[in-house]
Design a protein around this ligand. Sequence first.
Ligand code: GLU
Length: 472
Amino acid sequence: MSTRTRFAPSPTGFMHIGNLRTAIFEYLVAKHNGGEFILRIEDTDQNRKVEGAIDFIYNTLKLCHMDIDEGPNNAGKYGPYIQSERLDIYKKYAEWLVEEGHAYYCFCTKETLEEMRKLCDARKVPFMYDGRCSNLSKEEIEEKIKNGEKYVIRQKMPKYGYSIVHDVVYGDVKVENKILEDQILLKSDGYPTYNFANVVDDHLMGITHVIRGNEYLAQTPKYNLLYEAFGWEAPTYIHVPMVLGSDGNKLSKRNGDASFMDLYNEGYLPSAIVNYLVLLGWSPKENQELFTMDELIQAFDEKRISKSPATYDIKKLQWFNQKYIKNLKDDEYLEFIRPFLTHDVSDKSEEWINKLLLIYKDHLSYGKEIDELVNIFFNDEINISKENEEFLNSDEIIPTVINAYREEISNLDDWTIENLAEVINKVKEKTGAKGKLLYMPIRIKISGVEHGPELPDELYLIGKEKVTQRLS
Ligand code: GLU
């Protein structure tokens, strides 16, 4: 049987990096085994639905080079792939469970449930539906339905014994059946609960490996009881640990930078994000950090997913991103970085702009960073800090060095990077200044700050006119 995994997001128009990491794991399990990766939209909570969310998910996965084999926009033979279009399927299967005695109609009203809850509170036990409707007779049920009473369908749990679920990451999970609530499968509005729909869909869609957040692990014994009731084989379960923020809390939507699109818009390359995320909670056999997608497909082994929560660390992501930016070809890099440059370049040549952008290629952590780094090339006025001013007065060789630069530069006809490198050599010979005393005075004079790109590049980009003016 071919391996089939599914990514099953709710269409919220937002891709949390925790969700994206789950999608990556799902994609890799499928592709490592030559199987299919399916997209299923879980929109049974209609309140959370956002227009355009499906295209957003497609775009995100496409940017990350994860092709969807079957999904709402490229339907295979197991559709529909959107849960709200499958309501008749859930109804049919829920009713079958009722007929077979694995589920029952429950007519309890909100008020009845509220009383039940209060009773549990008074006894200081967690709320659990007491199963009273499972005792209704066939006649009572028919009567209530005839009277138009609203009902839900609940799963009938065994009251004795244990259920055991095997999970690839967490091993055997054993629970006492008596703590399993008769959960709702079908709501009164005809929508299924996640707890029901995931089982029906995973089976009907031929899903072999279910990969999802470990918050679902405790519920999984209930799902297995459903698989048993239907006489279906349960999938392989791979529950993955949470991704925590650096403060140790679960990442949330409010934590802005936890969204894929935010990172993308800040200038993080999707391939770097994927590479970083896959290592949150998974480790390869060999000590390798940088992976192409093909290498990941080769190397991925779900047995090496860790049980412990992983911590999202933007600094580490920046480290990956820097490597990926550096590895771009120059033209790819220019295409990527150009939109992040927001300075007015209308009076600059293409050659000047490209040169400017390229000198940062090897050091950039993310796209947006460029804008601040290049400020020194766009300021009309430069501000020299008090410390830098003090530095300029700290050694008597400094005025001599600055004068030497001024002289060499005014004698220079051809404003090229090579010639400017030569200027620096000449000043060194002439003045005997070395290191800090050779570079810092001129840097401070021409840009106001002591750091910047290679000095010949910096001089070249600032241009002869401004350099001469600032040295006088
Ligand atoms: N819709 C669920 C979620 O977004 C999917 C869980 C699952 O993969 O089964 O958390």
